[in-house]
Design a protein around this ligand. Structure first.
Ligand code: SF4
Ligand code: SF4
Length: 707
């Protein structure tokens, strides 16, 4: 092997030659930092913070794609081209109008919720919402999703995305909660899940922002006749009273002093009048309708009535325009009551209302005021003091609009991954059981490798289960596409939900991440990779039928490793430029054809798989040895493994090279050393090493003992 090739391979395998133990330690620390950095960055290990703010989107990706007039017409099923007017707040989008009337709104999922697909790249859907709070239609305008590589047509995608039309946001889980999925799309569960969640979340925010459905605001529609006593009983009108004696005690320096007595110094009533059930009942229909008609955007109506010797209005407001005796505050913010929008009310409507000396209606509100949240109305009472200075005290009336007048926001559709985890309980349990069984096999391998026959049955049984159940039935095939999607998501904003949509893949990856740490890539490649199992089983059958095995000279064998590392690096590098191109390059993986789609694919893909399997009949695990980019990706952190339980003898490589020729993937070099980056942990060499009928060293020992 040339020096340059050797250096490249060393770099890929993490085996850059270093001098002494210090160098080895530094290399291991660097690799550990890289490995943990990736997982911590994604929040996979405790303490990891999601890289939500990180972004590597290009300027093109960051740009928002506006709906064209023909697209708006198509989404709302209009005969003529409508007007499309941009609106930036409170939720960015476009108002769609026809004949001077607004027919609906459109928003971009990328702009509103920064929707990112399985590829880690923006997925942008324009969602159209009609004025009755229903989704009118949706159009996928940009994506880099792997579903393209499944051979989907644009019509398939449009049919799926457009199928969300008709969903009522007040009941997103109800009838018509999602379109029927074409069979081919239903296999791309992550992408369809992201599309569904993006459409529903964006539509919900748009509907709330445009006031098409309730969103934590107050009920301004329903009306029920209520008396003053009934409204007071539910807290719609609240009261605070200060007697003469209490005021006298609070204003001891007032001159003249306030007389003693139980009569009210002031009794204050206050209530929000926006809900018709409160406002119309207290103000009367005419006054209420007039006040509502005059109400500015974002403003609300506060009624204040009082009786007693003290006025809640005073007279200074006529000069200053500010009612200085009253102060409204909420969460530390103060909202002055001014004469702008003030109305003096001559009488209130309920017959059972207390006799009020003063009645005022204020327009209140402003930045930060939420009428659905508690607020305080403070009355400051002041009198001239004996020394000529003014003395004062405060009385606070706490107000909270009763819950029955607060509109609840529409229910949020449960994330799709909740449903997929619930629906996949058996699959999750069975895959977890396979992983636990494999852990036990690896932990207690010593007694197993001493029993050649049991090891063989166990291996054939496990590989068959992996191929048939995990691969063909559950679709549990990991892929290099997931590795690059993960890397991309770290750069564009990691979202757990994206990876949780496929529970089997998620727990497989979780197990592989742990397994890499303990045993290296062999945990997956040797036991849980369905295509690896398919190659090994077909090679076993071939050997049984006497198909000759080709021994690739070690020098050539080593050089061929470069192909898989180069492929992995190329796919990763291209993904930074174009995810679509990277996914096309990732078609070098036969997994989708052979496992996920069970050979139901166009003939060139099937032919490619058959060629690989045919090569594997003569060179065991041909694809694993030289071509697999996923195997290469898993080999890179394999140096970090903690356990190294594969035994060697001093004679291995010197006196005997049997294991080297029998190794499943050619991971043993002519000197008898096991390359941890290549080893798939099949334990075949350990069985040979412990078999007194096969291992020449044991045979010689036996002969000596017998002699
Ligand atoms: S090298 Fe690739 S094909 Fe082979 S077992 Fe590993 S992941 Fe599967
Ligand atoms: S035979 Fe030994 S060295 Fe080769 S893959 Fe299996 S366990 Fe690893």
């Amino acid at each position: 092997m040339t020096h340059a090739a050797r250096r490249f391979l060393d770099f890929c395998q993490g085996t850059v030659p270093v001098v002494g133990r210090k160098g080895a330690m530094i290399r291991k620390m660097l690799l550990s930092a890289l490995f943990y950095g990736l997982f911590l960055g994604a929040g996979i290990l405790p303490g990891g913070a999601p890289a939500q703010d990180a972004t590597s989107t290009t300027r093109d990706e960051a740009a928002v794609l506006a709906p064209t007039r023909p697209l708006a017409a198509a989404l709302f099923d209009l005969d003529t081209l409508p007007g499309v007017v941009r609106t930036d707040a409170p939720v960015p989008g476009w108002a769609i109008s026809q004949g001077g009337e607004t027919v609906g709104h459109i928003a971009s999922t990328w702009e509103v919720i920064r929707s990112v697909g399985y590829s880690g790249r923006p997925i942008d859907i324009l969602v159209a919402l009609s004025m009755d709070g229903r989704i009118a239609g949706a159009e996928l305008v940009r994506h880099s999703e792997p579903i393209l590589t499944l051979g989907l047509s644009d019509q398939d995608i449009s049919r799926f995305v457009g199928g969300f039309a008709g969903i009522d946001l007040a009941d997103p889980e109800g009838r018509g909660a999602g379109p029927e999925m074409p069979e081919i799309i239903s296999r791309a569960t992550v992408t369809t899940g992201v599309i569904r969640d993006s459409i529903l979340r964006t539509a919900r925010l748009l509907a709330i922002g445009r006031g098409l459905v309730g969103g934590g605001g107050i009920d301004q529609l329903s009306f029920e006749p209520q008396s003053w006593a009934e409204l007071a009983a539910i807290g719609a009108v609240q009261e605070r009273s200060v007697s003469l004696s209490e005021a006298r005690a609070a204003l001891t320096e007032a001159d003249p002093p306030i007389p003693e007595g139980d009569a009210p110094f002031i009794t204050l009533w206050a209530g929000l009048m926006d809900p018709p059930t409160i406002g119309r009942n207290i103000l009367g229909e005419y006054a209420y309708n007039k006040a509502i008609a005059e109400l500015g955007a974002g403003r609300h109506l506060l009624f204040v009535g009082s009786q007693g010797v003290y006025s809640h209005r005073g007279i200074d407001w006529r000069r200053s325009g500010v009612f200085d005796r009253l102060q409204l505050s909420q969460n530390g913010l103060v909202f002055p009551l001014t004469d702008a929008g003030y109305t003096r009310i001559d009488e209130v409507a309920p017959e059972d209302a207390p006799p009020l000396r003063e009645r005022s209606l204020f327009q209140i509100g402003g930045e930060g005021f939420d009428p659905a949240q508690p607020f305080e109305l403070t009355l400051t009472a002041s009198r001239a003091g004996g020394s000529g200075e003014e003395v004062s005290f405060d009385t606070v009336l706490d107000y909270q609009l009763p819950a029955q007048f607060v509109r609840k926001p529409p229910p949020e559709a449960a994330p799709l991954w909740h449903q997929t985890w619930q629906d996949s309980t058996f699959a999750i349990a069975s895959v977890a059981a396979m992983q636990i069984a494999l852990t036990l096999i690896l932990l207690f391998q010593e007694p197993l490798v001493r029993r050649k026959r049991q090891w063989m049955y166990l291996r054939i049984g496990f590989l068959t289960l992996t191929l048939v159940y995990l691969g063909w039935i559950l679709g549990g095939q990991l892929s290099v596409v997931q590795v690059i999607a993960f890397v991309q998501s770290l750069l564009t904003g990691f979202r757990w939900e994206t990876f949780l949509i496929e529970p089997v893949i998620f727990i497989l990856w979780a197990g592989v991440a742990l397994g890499l740490l303990f045993w290296g890539r062999g945990v997956f490649c040797g036991w849980l990779c369905p295509f690896g199992a398919l190659q090994e089983l077909t090679n076993m059958i071939a050997k049984r039928f006497g198909v000759p095995q080709i021994a690739v000279p070690h020098a050539l064998h080593e050089r061929l490793w470069i192909i898989k590392y180069t492929l992995f690096m190329a796919i990763l590098a291209v993904s930074f430029y174009s995810m679509t191109d990277a996914l096309i390059l990732a078609e070098v993986e036969p997994f989708k054809t052979a496992i996920s789609m069970r050979m139901m694919r166009a003939w060139p893909f099937v032919a490619f798989v058959l060629v690989l399997l045919l090569a594997g009949l003569f060179i065991e695990r041909f694809y694993c040895r030289y071509l697999c980019p996923l195997g290469a990706a898993l080999a890179i952190p394999s140096k970090l493994k903690i356990f190294d339980w594969l035994r060697r003898r001093p004679q291995c490589g010197r006196e005997c090279r049997l294991c080297e020729t029998k190794c499943t993937v050619g991971a043993i070099d002519p000197l008898g050393r096991i390359n941890p980056n290549e080893c798939v942990l099949c334990m075949r060499c350990q069985v040979i090493l412990n078999d007194p009928e096969t291992c020449p060293v044991l045979k010689r020992r036996a002969r000596k003992t017998a002699a």
